[in-house]
Design a protein around this ligand. Structure first.
Ligand SMILES: [Zn+2]
Length: 382
């Protein structure tokens, strides 16, 4: 980087969650420099966060629903993405082999990076019980879709709760594991909820590369025993490398379970929203930032929370080059504030916690392009 070379974007005096204040320069859509930059370095757009606002690698929401044409759970990618400071959204199974091409086409106009976990049911979530008919799981169709949409499909999704699988018990999960093995061991996200099947039976089938979503749901089939201990099968699964994803959603997040789990040393690997239009507009999700703020309120630190939406999310979904601030990496960044203001947050069961701080996204930067949110302030522009 020569001092004479004009940058596209320079962000000065940005706070980092892990400590310190840095400048970041962007050129050619990539991070050109991180550190204290010369005051003379020129850029098309110059911002100064004055050591007040924060910067991290771009936030990745590992579990959203943003297939706009899906009948049950749908949204626009940019509403759950850049509008909330989120640079990458991962749609968790809204589409299957039959409609992933349509989803990809619809999502291609978004400024937010959109990726998909392919539902093992070829119809995706067109109904609430997509795995109740095993004929809907077509391994050949899944293989063709994964090959046709490499780079867009980054993993698989299987919803393993009673209302979804009907009388099929663990069969859909066994088929999902076979599809995973036949397709390069893609990450497999498994939704848990009401039994059957029981969580122990699900956990026993999972291994490294698999992700349990709705990990802190408050339903009886939760990760904790009635005595408040972590179920042994869950502990064993985590030891094998299974990851925990929050997937807050409309019915799948309990402060009580999250608090107890965290007290037992069980932190989530990824904090995700399971957002779609209804729980975005009417709650209890609202935004990824709101879900992250809930974890600050129950005792996780800012670096822990940011890790769950940056490098840990990139690692869980094997998104090479994402989730880290590094020279040469694609310039995906999130600018945000952490405000001291009393606020109440509700979980999916109607329980509330008092929070003293909350996170607000100021802007998303995707490949070096700045997308301000509603809370952006022109004061930051030099
Ligand atoms: Zn979901």
């Amino acid at each position: 980087m020569g001092a004479q070379q004009a940058m596209e974007l320079i962000i000065r005096r940005a706070r980092l969650a892990e400590g310190g204040v840095v400048d970041v320069a962007v050129s050619g859509g990539r991070i050109a420099a991180i550190g204290a930059l010369p005051a003379t370095l020129a850029a098309t757009t110059q911002l100064d966060l004055r050591g007040e606002a924060w910067l991290s690698a771009g936030w990745i929401d590992s579990h959203v629903h943003c297939y706009a044409a899906s009948p049950l759970y749908h949204d626009e990618p940019d509403r759950v993405g850049i509008a909330g400071g989120v640079t990458t959204v991962v749609d968790a199974g809204s589409s299957g082999a039959d409609d992933v091409a349509d989803f990809r086409q619809l999502a291609s106009g978004a400024q937010t990076r959109v990726l998909a976990l392919l539902n093992i049911a070829r119809t995706g979530i067109r109904t609430q019980h997509e795995l109740a008919d095993l004929a809907q799981i077509d391994a050949d169709a899944a293989r063709r879709a994964i090959a046709d949409h490499a780079g867009f499909i980054v993993g698989l999704k299987a919803r393993m709760s009673g209302s979804v699988v009907g009388d099929n018990g663990l069969h859909p999960l066994r088929i999902a594991k076979a599809i995973q093995r036949d397709n390069g061991d893609l990450p497999l996200m498994v939704h848990i909820g009401n039994d059957p099947p029981r969580l122990e039976e699900i956990a026993d089938l999972l291994g490294a590369g698999d992700i349990i979503t709705h990990c802190f749901n408050g339903k009886p089939n939760r990760i904790l025993t009635p005595q408040g201990e972590v179920r042994a099968a869950v502990t064993q699964a985590l030891a094998r490398g299974v990851r925990l994803d929050v997937g807050h959603g409309s019915a799948s997040f309990s402060f009580e379970v999250a608090r107890q789990a965290i007290a037992l040393g069980l932190l989530p690997d990824t904090i995700s929203s399971d957002i779609y239009c209804r729980n975005r507009l009417q709650g209890p999700v609202y935004s990824l930032a709101a879900v992250m703020s809930k974890f600050l309120a129950i005792g996780m630190t800012l670096p822990q929370v940011i890790a769950c939406v940056t490098h840990q999310a990139a690692d869980a979904l094997r998104l090479a080059g994402r989730g880290r601030l590094a020279v040469g990496a694609e310039a995906d960044l999130t600018l945000f504030t952490l405000t001291d203001a009393p606020q109440h947050y509700l979980d999916a069961d109607g329980a509330s916690v008092h929070a003293s701080q909350h996170l607000s996204p100021l802007a998303a930067v995707v490949a070096g392009v700045l997308y301000p949110t509603d809370t952006w302030s022109a004061e930051y522009v030099c």
